[in-house]
Write a protein of this length. Structure first.
Length: 565
C-alpha cells in the first residue's frame, strides 16, 4: 500500500502524467475538424454562398495550422519550461472565438460582416495550435528515442477529437448545432485549465518506455475502433437514448483509462529507482574504500552519453562536447540532424521540399473535409449520412496519424527506410482517393474519404517527425509550425480558388435562387485537379527521400551505437 500511495503521488509529476494529460487535452482540441457539423447552420443563418463559406473555412485552416506564434512562445524565455503559459493562451483564444461565433449564430448579437466572422473563426481555430504545440513538444522532449510513436499518439488523439466531440454533442445536446458551438467554447477551455499543470518536461533515465507507450497506443486504437463501431451502428440501427448514454459512458471509461497506465508505470519505475539507489549507495561505499582513479574519465564519458541520448540524431561535433552552439554565422557548418534555427532551416532545400509536399497533401485533404457536407448534398446524401462521414473522417484521420508514426518508426529501426518515403506513398494513395470521389459513383464518397482521410492524417504525423530529425529539437516547435503553414496555403488555393469557384460556377447555371448545386459535375473537375496536385506532391516527396536517404542510414547507425554503449 505504501508503494502504491507514493506511486500515485509521484505520478502527478511524471512523464507518464504529462503524457496522459496531453492526450486528454488533445481529445478536446479538434473543434476545427467538426466544421462540417455546424457549417450548414453557419451558411444558412448568415446567408453565405459557398465561396463565402469556404473563405470562413480557409480562416479556420489558417488558425488551426499556422502555429508559428505558439512555436515562438514555447521557445521563448516565457514559454520554455512553462508549457502552461502556451496552454493558457490557447484556452483564452478558444473561449473568446467560439463564444463570439455562438452569439452571432444564435442572433444574440447583430449579424457580423463576413470578415468579422472570419476573424472569430481564426481566433477559435488558432487555439488548437497552442494546445498541439505544447503537447507535442513536451512529448518529444520526454521521449526523444520514440518521437515517431509519441507524435503519432498525440496527433492521433487530436484526429479522434472530432469524433469524440460529436459523440458528446449528440448525447448531451440532441443534434443542436448552436449548442455544439457553445460546447466548443467551454469544454476545451476548462479541460485545458484543469490539466495544464501536469504537462511538463521531465528528465528521466530509461525505464519501461516502450511497454507503456504501447499501452497508450493500444488505448488509442481501442477508442478508434469503438468509435467506428458506434458511428456505423448509429447510421444502420435505431438506437434509443438509454443505449446511447451507455455507449457514451463506455467511451468515457476508455478515455479515462490512461490514468491506470500512469499509476502502473510510476509504481514500476519507483520500485526500480529504489533498487538502483541501493546499488548506487553500495558502489559509492566501495569507491570510498578502494578509490576511483578513473573518476574524471567516467564523468566525461557519462556526459558524452547524456549528450548523445538527448539528441541521438545529432552528428555535429560542435553541438556535443566542444561547448560551442551553432549561430547564424555557422550556417555553412550545419548538417542534417543538428539544431537549426528557423532562418537556417528555411535556407535549406529540404525545408522547401517538405513544405511543398505538405502543401499538396494537407491542402487537398483540408479542401476535402471542408466541403464534405456540400459534396454529400450534391450527390444526394442525407444530413445523417454527411454527419456520419464527418465523424468517420476523424477515425480515418486518427488511423493515418497514429499508424504512420508507429509504422515509420518500425521500418526506420528495422529496415532503415527514410520517413520521406512514407510521405510519397501516402500522397500517391491520396491521389487515388481524390480520383474516386471525382467519379461521383454510389459509395465513392465513402471510399474516397477513407483513402484521403488516412493519408491526410499520416502527413500530420510524418511531417513533425521528419522536422525533428532533419532540423533538431532546439527550435522544433517553431520549425514544424512554420512548415504547417503549407496546410492553409494549399487549402486556400484548392478549397477557395478551385473547389469553391467551380462549385459556384456550376450552381449559377441552375434556375434555383439558392446557392446549391446537385449532381456529380459539381465537384468532378475540382477533385481531378486535386488528384493531379497530389501526384505532383508524390514526386516532390520522392526527391526529398533521395536527398535524405543516407542521412537516415546514419541515424540508424548512431542509434545502434548508442544502444550498444
Amino acid at each position: 500500500m505504501g508503494v502504491a500511495s507514493s506511486a500515485v503521488a509521484a505520478a502527478r509529476r511524471s512523464t507518464w502524467a504529462a503524457m496522459a494529460a496531453s492526450t486528454w487535452i488533445q481529445c478536446a482540441s479538434g473543434g476545427s475538424y467538426c466544421f462540417g457539423v455546424y457549417s450548414p447552420m453557419l451558411k444558412s443563418s448568415q446567408g453565405y454562398d459557398q465561396s463565402t463559406l469556404d473563405s470562413v473555412a480557409f480562416f479556420k485552416d489558417v488558425g488551426a495550422n499556422i502555429g508559428v506564434l505558439s512555436g515562438l512562445l514555447i521557445s521563448s524565455r516565457a514559454g520554455h519550461g512553462r508549457t502552461w503559459v502556451v496552454h493558457l493562451v490557447g484556452a483564452a483564444q478558444c473561449f473568446v472565438g467560439y463564444l463570439l461565433m455562438w452569439l452571432s449564430v444564435t442572433g444574440c448579437v447583430p449579424r457580423p460582416a463576413p470578415a468579422l466572422m472570419c476573424l472569430y473563426m481564426l481566433l477559435a481555430a488558432h487555439a488548437q495550435t497552442f494546445f498541439n504545440t505544447a503537447n507535442v513538444v513536451t512529448a518529444v522532449e520526454n521521449f526523444p528515442d520514440s518521437r515517431g510513436t509519441v507524435i503519432g499518439i498525440m496527433k492521433g488523439f487530436l484526429g479522434l477529437s472530432g469524433a469524440i466531440l460529436i459523440q458528446i454533442y449528440q448525447t448531451m445536446f440532441d443534434g443542436n448545432p448552436s449548442s455544439f458551438i457553445l460546447m466548443l467554447a467551454l469544454l476545451p477551455t476548462f479541460l485545458t485549465l484543469l490539466l495544464m499543470p501536469y504537462v511538463k518536461v521531465h528528465h528521466r533515465n530509461g525505464g519501461s518506455e516502450k511497454k507503456f507507450l504501447d499501452a497508450f497506443s493500444l488505448i488509442a486504437v481501442t477508442v478508434a475502433g469503438y468509435l467506428m463501431l458506434v458511428i456505423i451502428g448509429e447510421c444502420v440501427l435505431r438506437i434509443g437514448s438509454v443505449a446511447h448514454i451507455l455507449m457514451f459512458a463506455a467511451l468515457m471509461m476508455m478515455l479515462i483509462s490512461p490514468a491506470a497506465v500512469v499509476i502502473k508505470a510510476q509504481m514500476i519505475e519507483a520500485k526500480a529507482l529504489g533498487e538502483s539507489s541501493c546499488h548506487e549507495r553500495t558502489r559509492l561505499m566501495e569507491d570510498n574504500l578502494e578509490g576511483a582513479p578513473e573518476e574524471r574519465t567516467y564523468d566525461r564519458v557519462a556526459a558524452d552519453r547524456t549528450c548523445v541520448q538527448h539528441d541521438p540524431t545529432a552528428s555535429n561535433k560542435l553541438a556535443c562536447g566542444s561547448g560551442h552552439e551553432p549561430s547564424n554565422g555557422d550556417l555553412i557548418l550545419l548538417q542534417r540532424g543538428e539544431n537549426f534555427s528557423i532562418t537556417q532551416a528555411m535556407s535549406t532545400c529540404d525545408f522547401w521540399l517538405l513544405f511543398s509536399a505538405m502543401a499538396c497533401g494537407m491542402g487537398s485533404g483540408l479542401a476535402t473535409v471542408n466541403n464534405i457536407s456540400q459534396i454529400g448534398g450534391s450527390l444526394g446524401y442525407t444530413s445523417l449520412e454527411t454527419s456520419t462521414l464527418v465523424s468517420l473522417w476523424s477515425i480515418w484521420n486518427f488511423l493515418g496519424r497514429f499508424g504512420s508514426g508507429y509504422i515509420s518508426d518500425y521500418f526506420l529501426r528495422r529496415k532503415g527506410w527514410a520517413r520521406p518515403l512514407f510521405i510519397s506513398l501516402t500522397l500517391a494513395v491520396m491521389s487515388v482517393g481524390h480520383a474516386v470521389i471525382a467519379t461521383g459513383l454510389p459509395g465513392s464518397l465513402y471510399v474516397g474519404s477513407v483513402l484521403v482521410g488516412i493519408c491526410y492524417g499520416s502527413q500530420w504525423s510524418l511531417m513533425p517527425s521528419i522536422t525533428s530529425e532533419l532540423f533538431g529539437l532546439q527550435h522544433f516547435g517553431t520549425i514544424f509550425n512554420t512548415i504547417a503553414i503549407a496546410s492553409p496555403f494549399g487549402s486556400y488555393i484548392l478549397s477557395v480558388r478551385v473547389v469553391g469557384y467551380i462549385y459556384d460556377m456550376e450552381s449559377s447555371t441552375s434556375s434555383s435562387d439558392i446557392h446549391d448545386c446537385i449532381g456529380r459535375h459539381c465537384f468532378m473537375l475540382s477533385f481531378l485537379i486535386m488528384a493531379s496536385v497530389s501526384l505532383f506532391g508524390t514526386v516532390v516527396a520522392l526527391i526529398l527521400f533521395g536527398r535524405t536517404r543516407r542521412f537516415y542510414e546514419q541515424v540508424i547507425y548512431t542509434k545502434l551505437q548508442s544502444h550498444v554503449q
